[in-house]
Write a protein of this length. Structure first.
Length: 285
């Protein structure tokens, strides 16, 4: 029975060792995945900060666009009012149906279309030719009007306003491009944030699985350790019983030997040193 218990204990010890190795292996995997997840979460925070910085820069540039656009539009509006005045004076002085103001407005609309719409090569060529034709017509009619000193003064005032408006328009274009660049970078950063978050979530799920597996191995290890302690108690008990039985048997044999020596003495027999030692071992001396 003792031998059987020792074999069972050895088997459980092996299972406990396997459970311990499994627990340690999965704990190591869990630690690695936790580090990977934390690194990705840190990267996500850094990317969010980066995207916010791009957003702030974009909003700052857009504010400049709004400011300069308002100034440009105001100057163009003032120039337009002067062109209207020029047209009224021209009609009063020389008659005619054409309008310098309407020409300039049509040119502005066509230029805006060219800048903002995606056109085929053919349509863009036609648009450029039309703008060029209208500009030439505008300059010719303007030159005619400038022969009149009063009209010339008004046209020069209008042109000065449009020149200043053009400066603001260049700034509008410049800051609009800069705002778009920051916007594109912000979108790219937020897209990367989403991608990294997906990786971080996946790493966290793998971490939870690894942790759960490590816990399962740990529970098995604890269970086997308890079984080993129980086996040790049983084995120790059996060994004590075996020792006690052996000692009892030896005492019985010693008593029997001592009684035989006493019988020899009663009959007048002699005893030697070995007999004395046997009597001492039996506890009868």
């Amino acid at each position: 029975m003792l031998e059987e218990l020792l074999k069972k204990k050895a088997k459980v010890q092996k299972e406990a060792e396997n459970a311990k190795e499994g627990r340690n292996e999965w704990n190591a995997k869990a630690s690695k995945l936790a580090a990977q997840r934390d690194e990705l979460n840190t990267k996500t925070k850094d990317l969010v900060k980066e995207a916010q910085a791009y957003k702030e820069a974009r909003d700052k540039y857009n504010q400049k666009v709004s400011t300069y656009k308002a100034k440009r539009d105001e100057l163009n509006e003032d120039a337009g009012k002067i062109y209207v005045k020029v047209d009224r004076l021209r009609k009063r002085k020389s008659g005619g149906e054409w309008s310098l103001h309407e020409l300039q407005r049509e040119i502005d609309l066509l230029e805006f279309k060219q800048q903002t719409e995606v056109l085929s090569t053919g349509k863009e060529r036609q648009l450029v030719e039309k703008i060029s034709t209208l500009q030439e017509e505008f300059l010719n009619k303007k030159a005619q009007l400038e022969q009149d000193k009063e009209l010339k003064a008004l046209l020069e005032e209008a042109q000065a306003l449009r020149d200043k408006a053009s400066e603001y328009h260049e700034k509008v274009t410049k800051y609009a491009d800069m705002a778009q660049e920051q916007h594109d970078k912000m979108i790219a950063a937020f897209n990367e944030v989403d991608a990294v978050r997906v990786e971080a979530d996946a790493a966290h799920k793998e971490f939870v699985k690894a942790q759960e597996t490590a816990d399962e191995y740990h529970h098995k290890f604890i269970k086997h350790q308890k079984e080993i302690r129980d086996f040790n108690k049983l084995i120790a008990g059996l060994r004590k019983m075996s020792r006690d039985a052996k000692e009892s048997e030896e005492r019985a044999k010693a008593k029997e030997t001592a009684e035989g020596i006493y019988e020899r003495l009663k009959k007048g027999g002699k005893i030697d040193t070995d007999d004395l030692l046997a009597l001492q071992r039996s506890g009868l001396l």
